[in-house]
Design a protein around this ligand. Structure first.
Ligand code: TRP
Length: 333
């Protein structure tokens, strides 16, 4: 009996040792630890200059951090061409394909993917009002599977710049797509600012790019200036806006640098290259194992003046020297 127990104990010990030994062998990598190729879906509501800048900056930064498309990551980029139905089917396809991470550029794209998955990590890029748009419950602690970057701007700051350039603004036309929640928060700020400063706001809203020309024309003769927030629909048709406004000699103040480049008069806005880089850095952290819900939404604190000299000349406005001196970029020079 005693001997049998001894033998069994010995057998058990030998088995334990050999198992441990096996485990050790398999854990010690003899070749470099090559992780599986991660699949990343990138969805963009539409291709307008600012969103393209963001996407290019994201891909560049992923590469800088050692993640190259076709090598250790596989990027599936999809453009929804401004169509909500396309957005939904792209989001559904990303989820069905069980991608490792989804990057959603602009608010409408983010809303579409957030509606389709509670598991796959989502990093949104350039959402103006992430809480108001229902993307996250809180900026500091998003909680679930969603975080990202925000391009929140201040309508008041843009209007202060507007008054330095064209001091006599009494009535301002608000040009935006009422279906874009990213625009609504900025327009609400504009209205609060106008109230405090005895200005009147005249709304001119659109639902798609084909209505933009008419929406600008309807403001002619009724307003001293036009304000357009960081609106994807207006940004996509910005050359049309600029042409119509220049013809009527109305200054257009906008929410983003690309809209100034495309003929708007001025903005006080963020740098979208930096925002793209920050978005990619969050994606890398998540791919390296950080919990999405623990990463606060990042807002850009560095804001700058952007003006368009060609537009100013075309509508007969002299840009003040101090504004020109402070400008991060003067387009149309
Ligand atoms: N902020 C926009 C959103 O929340 C996206 C955006 C980024 C944008 N850059 C822009 C819109 C420039 C218009 C112009 O959807």
């Amino acid at each position: 009996m005693k001997n049998l127990r001894k033998v069994l104990l010995l057998v058990a010990l030998i088995m334990m040792f050999s198992l441990t030994a096996c485990g050790t062998t398999s854990k010690t990598p003899t070749t470099p630890n090559v992780a599986a190729v991660k699949k990343i879906g990138i969805v963009q509501i539409v291709e307008h200059p600012s969103l393209n800048t963001i996407r290019e900056s994201i891909i560049k930064e992923l590469e800088a951090k050692g993640l190259k498309d076709g090598q250790n990551i596989k990027i599936d980029y999809q453009n929804a061409q401004g169509d909500q139905n396309n957005l939904k089917s792209i989001a559904q396809k990303f989820v069905a394909n069980k991608y490792d991470l989804i990057i959603a550029i602009a608010t409408p794209s983010a809303q579409a993917v957030v509606g389709e998955t509670k598991n796959i990590p989502i990093v949104f890029s350039a959402a103006t009002d992430p809480v108001g748009s229902g993307l996250v419950g809180s900026m500091e602690k998003p909680g679930a599977n969603v975080t990202g970057t925000s391009d929140a701007v201040s309508a008041a700051k843009i209007m202060e710049l507007a008054k330095r350039i064209t001091p006599n603004i009494k009535t301002i036309g608000a040009l935006y797509n009422s279906g874009e929640t990213n625009s609504l928060s900025v327009i609400n700020n504009l209205k609060a600012y106008a109230k405090q400063n005895n200005m009147t706001v005249v709304d001119s809203t659109v639902t798609n790019t084909s209505e933009v020309q008419q929406a600008v024309t309807s403001l002619v003769g009724r307003v001293d200036a036009i304000f357009s927030p960081i609106d994807n629909t207006i940004a996509s048709a910005m050359p049309v806006v600029a042409q119509a406004a220049i013809k009527a000699k109305i200054p257009v103040y906008v929410g983003a640098d690309s809209m100034v480049k495309d003929g708007g008069l001025a903005t006080f806005g963020i740098n979208y290259q930096v925002l793209g880089k920050e978005t990619a850095d969050m994606a890398v952290e998540i791919l390296n194992g950080k919990k999405v819900g623990d990463i606060p939404v990042k807002t850009m604190s560095d804001m700058n003046i952007y003006v368009n000299q060609a537009t100013a000349k075309a509508i007969g406005i002299t840009l003040p020297d101090d504004v020109l001196k402070q400008a991060a970029q003067v387009f149309g020079n």
